[in-house]
Every structure is written in C-alpha cells, then in structure tokens.
Design a protein around this ligand. Structure first.
Ligand code: SF4
Length: 401
C-alpha cells in the first residue's frame, strides 16, 4: 500500500540567489542603516537594547503610524518604565492610557504577556519560541523582539518587509496567499544576518517605511542595483494589492445621560468591540431596528439603567479594519434612579481623560458642543464641525435627568 505524506508547510523553497549575492545585500543594507536612519526614541544599539521598550514599540506600531504611536510610547515608558511596572499596573489605567491608539486587543495582550513573562521567565525570554508562546506574540513580533533585543538570528516579516522582499526577489502572487507567504518567509530566513540580525531586520523595515513604499523611490534605494523588480521594470506593481472583503457597517446607538453636569459612562463587556473600555452605554442597531428602542433595552438588560431615549445629538463615523462604524449619540433621560454600581458619572470636560475609545471621544466632542460644555481637549474636531449645524438648532444646555 502506498502511504501519501501531507505536503510540508511551509514548503521548501529553493534559495533564489547564491550566498554571495545574499551577503552583498546584507552588506549594502547594513551600511545604509549605519549611515543614518530615523532617530525614533525606541531605537537602540543592537547590543544593550531594552527588550521591554523594543517590544512595547513593536506592539504599538502594529497597524499604526510612527507619528501616532510615538507620543503613546513616550507616555508609557515614563509612567511604566519597566516590565515589572507595567505588569503591576491596573488594567483600567493601562487601557485608559492606550485610549485613542485603537486595536485594544493589543493592549490587553500586552498586559497579559507582561504578567505571564514575569511569572514564567522572570522577564521577557530571549528565545523566539518562548516569546511566541506569550499572548499577542505572532511570528513578526516574536522575530522582531528576539532579533532586535536579543540578537537572535531570526527574521521579522511585516507588511513593509514583505513588500521589499517581494520586489527584491520578484515574488509573484497575492502576498497573503500561502505560497507567496512561504516564499517571502524563506527569503527572509535566508537573508538573516547572523552577527547583526536585529539591525538587518530594522534596515529592511526602514527601507519599506521610507524608500520602498507602495510608490517606490528607487533612485534613493541602497539595493537598487540588486533589485529584480526594478530590473524588470515592475517595481511599482509588486506585490499586487490584496483583495479585501467589503467592510460590514455597524451602527451603535450611544446614550448621553447627564445628571448634575456629569455624563454616565459604563465599562464595555470583556469581549468584542472596545472590550473592557469605558464607554457611553451603547447598543448595536440592526438593519431596520429603531435606535432608541435598542438602546433602552440594552441599557436595561446589561447595566440596569432604565432610560427614555430622545432625540439624536450627533453622529461620528470611523473606518475600522473590517467594519464601518457609525456612532449615534441619543439624548436620554433616566426613567428610574440609576443603579449604585456600574455607572461612572464624569464631568463633561473630563471625558477626554476617562479612557474612552477614540471614536467615542470624538462623539464626546460632538456631544459637548451640543450641550454647550467645554469639549474634551482632543479628538473630534472634524466630527464636531460636521455636527455643528445640528448643535445650533438644539435647546440650550441643561441636565436631562
Ligand atoms: S529598487 Fe525600488 S523596488 Fe527595488 S527594493 Fe529598492 S525601492 Fe524597492
């Protein structure tokens, strides 16, 4: 009887270039890195890098631009300068400090991983496999931390590095497809520098972020002479754009309840959108459903809040990774006294520091305009402008208990 073996994954990929060519690429990339790169605050020499700070930066930079992540990173390392300090912090304080950075699962994983790393290893472990076993450590994050902070000879392949390698080695096909991913992974592994793996990985990331961007600037590229896509005149067409599924529209009705100048906030459930964050009481509004009725029902069942939903005060829209989110603020009054627990009453001008997710902070700006209160210091300027005409038509500010 013939026994069929399942194909190995990732499939073996023949090295596309002779070792001498790979060595030349490494030399060029490292020389370019050494000649100067963006002086980002978390960047440190290969030897002596603080693993906690490297890791924090890598987590914050996922799906987030440097200009957005930098002030958050600076605030975090000032407030929680070590892994031990972060692990000992209260969840709600860390989530509030993360507020506005989005993708909150990253923050919850950050906390879980800090605590587990301390418990199991006494700190962040240096090996790729041990890092990979911690919450939130995917192949990229584990590779980045292991190579940058511990000089482990492993690759770190993110979207930028995928683009660079696809062009350097003329990798065809959807970069998210299994075959292309395996090929890029094999190329990255072949290219690892055993002496300075972290610097080489960062050079590839930096090249993708500053030169080999979606519209490549090949004239400034240190490896242009060795780039297969450029030689073929196909630099700008590789890798092909990913096919993304249509985004699903999600409408959340948000209750604005004000009592004695303070606004009611609750904590979101532990799973799902904005999990664990401070938020306006909110309800998902399905197609054809009535927002006020959905909000009254959800507030009663989830928070014990008996509300009467009134007029709409404003809207905010946000594009999330897989969804189009629409928040609608509804003026609500209390039909019964609120429960003693589970509701926080926050002065309107302190909503910015209450740990709301960014979309709700923007909605808070709209609401404050409508109420005639000082708006939160940040967030929502654009949305407030959108809602201003509506605000002007509303009654003067008052408490609506
Ligand atoms: S030559 Fe152009 S396409 Fe090739 S790696 Fe450099 S910037 Fe990217």
């Amino acid at each position: 009887m013939t026994v069929r073996r399942a194909p190995a994954y990732p499939p073996p990929v023949p090295a596309p270039h002779a070792p001498a060519r790979l060595a030349a690429l490494r030399r060029r990339l490292l020389a370019w890195w050494d000649a100067g790169h963006r002086p980002l605050p978390w960047r440190q020499p290969q030897r002596g890098a603080d693993p906690y700070r490297v890791w924090l930066a890598e987590v914050m930079l996922q799906q987030t631009q440097v200009v957005t992540a930098t002030p958050y990173w600076l605030r975090f390392v000032e407030r929680w300068p070590t892994l031990e300090a972060l692990a000992a912090a209260r969840d709600e304080d860390v989530l509030a400090a993360w507020s506005g950075l989005g993708y909150y699962a990253r923050c919850r994983n950050l906390l879980a991983a800090a605590r587990e790393a301390l418990r199991r290893h006494g700190g962040l472990p240096s090996g790729y496999d041990a890092l990979r076993a911690l919450p939130g450590f995917g192949p990229y994050t584990a590779g980045a931390v292991a190579s940058i902070a511990f000089a482990a000879p492993v690759p770190a392949v993110d979207g930028n590095v995928t683009r660079v390698l696809s062009r350097l080695f003329l990798v065809e096909g959807d970069p998210a497809a299994r075959a292309a991913r395996a090929r890029v992974a094999a190329l990255a592994a072949a290219l690892v520098d055993r002496e300075r793996p972290g610097d080489l990985n960062q050079a590839l990331m930096e090249l993708g972020a500053t030169v080999c961007r979606p519209s490549p600037d090949c004239a400034r590229c240190p490896v242009a002479a060795r780039c297969a896509a450029r030689a073929a005149g196909r630099a700008a067409e590789l890798p092909p754009p990913r096919r993304r599924p249509d985004k699903v529209r999600l409408v959340l009705a948000c209750a604005v309840v004000v009592r004695e100048g303070r606004v009611a906030l609750v904590r979101r459930p532990a799973g799902g959108l904005f999990a664990g964050l401070a938020a306006f009481p909110a309800a998902e509004v399905g197609p054809g459903a009535e927002a006020g009725a959905a909000l009254e029902r959800e507030a009663r069942e989830r928070h014990g809040l008996r509300l009467r939903a009134g007029e709409e005060l404003g809207r905010v829209e946000r594009v999330l990774t897989h969804r189009l989110l629409e928040l609608r603020a509804l003026r609500c009054s209390l039909a019964r006294p609120p429960p003693e627990e589970g509701i926080r009453w926050i002065p309107a001008d302190e909503l910015d520091g209450a740990g709301l997710p960014a979309a709700m902070r923007a909605l808070a700006g709209v609401v404050c305009d409508v109420l005639g209160q000082a708006p939160p210091p940040s967030g929502g300027a654009r949305d407030r402008g959108r809602a201003r005409a509506r605000a002007n038509s509303l009654a003067p500010p008052r408490d609506f208990v």
